[in-house]
Design a protein around this ligand. Structure first.
Ligand SMILES: Nc1ncnc2c1ncn2[C@@H]1O[C@H](COP(=O)(O)OP(=O)(O)OP(=O)(O)O)[C@@H](O)[C@H]1O
Ligand SMILES: [Mg+2]
Length: 139
């Protein structure tokens, strides 16, 4: 068993905190710098989405990050109890964004998918969103 569980408020400062925390957690297994960088980027995208879309930047919102390393495979779950996504398939399309007027490019999920080995998104409007990602820590 090797797990990590963190709960934080949806504050912008926690985006870099969670990015670094998960990066440090993965680094203990001595993956390449590129692997750590990919993981940190994906976490950053998922956490930013929880803050910006899930909670509309309301810091009362809680973001939960659960990680596990099992046999060299890192699993990361980023969960919010925010607004939720009405159509997950549509939200995951390249360039799809509901905040085009705020200089969002709609590439967060695309980045998570390409930088990680696996991406799953579960969401219900009004219930929140769970982003589950996997990354092999060794080639
Ligand atoms: N945690 C979430 N809660 C509610 N809606 C979300 C969440 N994550 C993503 N979404 C929805 O999915 C859309 C696509 O997300 P994605 O990260 O791909 O793009 P973006 O955040 O709009 O832009 P970018 O990530 O490029 O800044 C968002 O515009 C938003 O409508
Ligand atoms: Mg995004």
């Amino acid at each position: 068993m090797d797990t990590l569980s963190i709960k934080v408020n949806a504050l912008e400062a926690n985006e870099s905190f969670l990015r670094s925390a998960v990066g440090a957690y993965a680094s203990r297994m001595n993956p390449t710098l590129e692997t750590v960088s990919d993981i940190k980027t994906a976490v950053s995208e998922a956490v930013t989405n929880a803050i910006v879309h899930g909670y509309a930047c309301d810091p009362k919102g809680i973001i939960t990050v659960n990680c596990e390393i099992d046999d060299g495979l890192l699993t990361i779950e980023v969960q919010d109890a925010g607004r939720g996504i009405p159509d997950v398939e549509e939200a995951m399309r390249d360039f799809f964004t509901t905040k085009a007027n705020e200089e969002r490019s709609g590439l967060g999920f695309t980045i998570m998918k390409s930088f990680m080995d696996k991406l799953e998104v579960y969401s219900e409007p009004g219930e929140g969103t769970l982003v589950k990602m996997e990354k092999k820590l060794y080639a």
